[in-house]
Design a protein around this ligand. Structure first.
Ligand SMILES: Cc1cc2nc3c(=O)[nH]c(=O)nc-3n(C[C@H](O)[C@H](O)[C@H](O)COP(=O)(O)OP(=O)(O)OC[C@H]3O[C@@H](n4cnc5c(N)ncnc54)[C@H](O)[C@@H]3O)c2cc1C
Ligand code: FES
Length: 254
């Protein structure tokens, strides 16, 4: 079952990323995603970047379908279904560090708002940083890294996480971002013996655990995830190494 909702707000987060707000009364928790469709595009998964009654998706324009979504304006309808998957397990009193890489910050920003936890936003350059205003407002400490040093720490988000974890004790790292970032972050968490919960991405068609297109080993990312904990991730041979493309062919991650 899908619902039709109308866009009530559009924000340009950066040169290639926009946030679309809509009112939708379904209950959703941070880390869950929806399937989004409109005529002329394939249905695609998007994390919820706002999870209250007013919800939002934050879309990076990288191909035909996200391009189509970028053409939306206030009043335009979209069809959505969900919310799907398991979100972040936010434990009261846990000392949390939140890490968002690129557009991945969109999936963790509801946790930043709910907990006020320390946050790292990592991006390639200053141009790609999004949601630093919201993160700065809610998080106790916000640190920014850029690969080229155009803003904040010069280096990647994992290097910065290692520095922060040496200065301060954390129980758990919550993150979303490119898999290469998550892979190195997982290694850092294992080495430093910090628990972690990461939001993972695989090609999704049904979104509800039926079609098998999002499998990582024997885990359905749409239903058992997208947020998995350190123990679950430790069993995934595909993590950081390979994935299935839209035709179900196995491809190596570069
Ligand atoms: C659980 C989940 C949450 C996501 N949240 C966000 C988000 O908040 N913001 C955002 O910008 N992007 C998000 N994505 C990625 C987003 O779905 C893809 O960027 C989008 O589908 C690309 O479609 P396209 O036609 O524009 O690009 P294409 O050129 O068709 O694809 C570009 C790349 O996007 C990925 N992709 C394409 N179709 C799918 C699909 N059906 N399922 C998964 N990945 C796909 C593939 O890696 C592909 O190589 C999320 C993906 C998942 C699985
Ligand atoms: S997308 Fe169909 S099983 Fe996950």
């Amino acid at each position: 079952m899908s619902d039709t909702v109308r866009i009530i707000g559009v924000t340009e987060d950066s040169f290639d990323t926009k946030t679309f707000e809509f009112q939708w009364d379904e209950r959703a928790s941070p880390g869950q995603f929806i399937m989004v469709w409109m005529p002329g595009m394939e249905e695609i998964p998007m994390s919820l970047s706002k999870t209250d009654r007013i919800k939002s998706i934050t879309v990076k324009n990288i191909g035909a379908d996200t391009h189509k979504l970028h053409s939306l304006g206030i009043g335009d309808p979209i069809r959505i279904r969900g919310p799907y998957g398991k979100g972040f397990d936010i434990k009261k009193g846990a000392r949390m560090l939140i890490v968002g890489g690129g557009v991945g910050i969109a999936a963790v920003i509801p946790v930043v708002k709910e907990t006020g936890a320390d946050t790292i936003i990592g991006a390639k350059t200053e141009k790609e940083i999004i949601m630093d205003d919201v993160a700065g407002k809610y998080s106790k400490n916000l640190w920014i890294s850029t690969d080229d040093g155009s803003r904040g720490y010069m280096g990647n988000a994992v290097q910065l996480m290692r520095e922060k974890a040496a200065e301060k004790e954390y129980d758990v790292v919550l993150a979303c971002g490119p898999e290469v970032m998550l892979y190195h972050l997982y290694n850092a968490c294992t080495e430093l013996d910090i628990d972690c919960q990461f939001s993972l991405e695989r090609h999704m068609k049904c979104g509800v655990g039926v079609c098998g297109s999002c499998m990582m080993d024997d885990v359905r990312i749409c239903k058992d995830g997208p947020v998995l904990n350190r123990e679950q991730i430790s069993k995934l041979k595909d993590f950081g190494t390979s994935k299935m493309d839209e035709c179900g062919r196995r491809v190596n991650l570069g």
